[in-house]
Structure formats: structure tokens, C-alpha cells
Design a protein. Structure first.
Length: 126
């Protein structure tokens, strides 16, 4: 099953993301980079991609600030899908726009599951 999941920002993941040297621009404010990492307890390495957002005064950034990298926030994802980070990020954002509907309907899970639609919860799967 193809997946894109927000990665937990452990110290290891933060260090790896902060140390990335080659970023591919998406636009003037965003860039992406990919890396492979095997975390403790995982049987194999996994593919990660990071989105770097330039901090701007007129817009609040969505990602988290990594101490070692001033001026940027980051979002880090783990995936088993191929493709560039911009494409994967767009796919994730299309799915993520449904998550607030899914989580607010959490107590009505049985009803949502009984009547599947495009906003039914699909956590972690794209």
C-alpha cells in the first residue's frame, strides 16, 4: 500500500534533515530534499523527504524550526513512494485537507465507515 506519513521529529531525523546540503526549489519559499534512514527498531531503511519553508514575516510557517538552521521551518515525511518531493508533498496536502473532517468526525467513525465517501478517513494512505 503506498503511503506518505508525517515523520516523528526524533533527534536523529532532525539532525539528518538539518544536515541536508542539496535542496531542489519548488518556488521562492519552498524546497525539498530526500534522504534514507533506518531508525531504531525498523527492519530496513526507509525513504524520507523534507520540505523546507523560508520563514516570512507576513505568513506563519507550518513546519517546525530545526535549531541548527535559522530562517527555515521543516516538515519531514516518510514514504514508500517514488517521485520528487514536490509531487509527494502535493499528494500529501490533497489528502491532508480531508483529515480535519476525518478527525472532527472521529466519534462518528462507525457512521463514516458505513457510508464511505471522498472525505472518509484514509490515515497514512494516499
Amino acid at each position: 500500500i503506498p503511503y506518505i506519513v508525517v515523520a516523528r521529529l526524533t533527534q536523529t531525523v532532525k539532525r539528518k534533515a538539518a544536515g541536508l546540503a542539496i535542496w531542489t526549489p519548488i518556488d521562492e519559499n519552498y524546497a525539498w530534499a530526500r534522504f534514507t534512514l533506518q531508525l531504531q527498531g525498523w527492519s530496513a531503511p526507509r525513504e524520507f523527504f523534507a520540505i523546507r519553508e523560508r520563514i516570512r514575516e507576513n505568513k506563519s510557517a507550518v513546519g517546525r524550526r530545526l535549531i541548527d538552521v535559522d530562517g527555515y521551518t521543516f516538515r519531514v515525511f516518510v514514504t514508500n513512494r517514488q517521485g520528487d518531493g514536490a509531487e509527494l508533498w502535493r499528494d500529501y496536502n490533497q489528502r491532508a485537507c480531508c483529515e480535519p473532517l476525518s478527525s472532527s468526525a472521529g466519534r462518528f467513525w462507525a457512521t463514516a465507515a458505513a457510508r464511505p465517501c471522498s472525505t472518509s478517513p484514509k490515515v497514512g494512505v494516499v
